[in-house]
Design a protein around this ligand. Structure first.
Ligand SMILES: Cc1ncc(COP(=O)(O)O)c(C=O)c1O
Length: 192
């Protein structure tokens, strides 16, 4: 029987939180009442104004088609404005790319930044999708363990102590799962 071949690079660990969510959905389908504490997501829906606007856009023109590949320019301009207002940072709408969630942004960013065989550091405990997506792109992932004393964030000392050169590092601040932030001075040292 003919079947679709599978790639070696798709042979990565499954995302355990989502495996558990699947089990939860199966149990719920059998009528089991479950309090879900697995995935970090808001328990309230989107703000009423956002829902009303989205509904009005769908009924105004039900033929929703392709937008520009990196998102509608009107939206990207508003995001640039938001950056200016909220962070005091000048952002160019041409450098803003709208994606469906951050996971699709990782894929685009990693492809834009790294080549096959590049070496990238992640700092554990870390959000597992970084490792899995990097590995699927044939990027070598080095896991550097952080310490409670450093608030589970990377330090220059930790990076240097592994004695390797990296094409990139994934620094997550605030971090999942620790929720901690990296100190500005430490980030500056690592970047330098
Ligand atoms: C650090 C981090 N990055 C990315 C994601 C996933 O984001 P998205 O659902 O937008 O792909 C999560 C989800 O928990 C996360 O904790």
């Amino acid at each position: 029987m003919a079947f679709l071949k599978t790639s070696k690079r798709s042979d990565i660990a499954s995302f355990k939180a989502l495996d558990i969510m699947r089990q939860v959905h199966n149990l719920e389908a059998q009528g089991v009442d479950i309090r879900k504490m697995g995935a970090g997501q808001p328990h309230v829906g989107a703000p009423a104004g956002v829902l009303e606007y989205a509904a009005s856009m769908i009924t105004k023109d039900p033929r929703q088609g392709y937008t520009e590949a990196i998102g509608m320019i009107s939206l990207r301009e508003r995001i640039a404005e938001y950056y200016q207002r909220y962070y005091g940072q000048k952002a160019n709408a041409d450098n803003i790319c709208v994606t469906a969630g951050s996971s699709s942004a990782f894929i685009l960013t990693f492809i834009a930044a790294f080549d096959t065989g590049d070496r990238v550091a992640i700092f554990t405990p870390a959000y597992p999708a970084y490792r899995n997506i990097l590995k699927a792109l044939n990027i070598e992932v080095v896991e550097i363990e952080t310490r409670a004393a450093d608030n589970f964030q990377p330090t220059l000392e930790l990076v240097e102590s592994c004695g390797l050169e990296f094409e990139g590092m994934i620094i997550n601040s605030p971090s999942n799962p620790s929720g901690t932030m990296i100190k500005d001075e430490e980030l500056e040292k690592i970047c330098a």
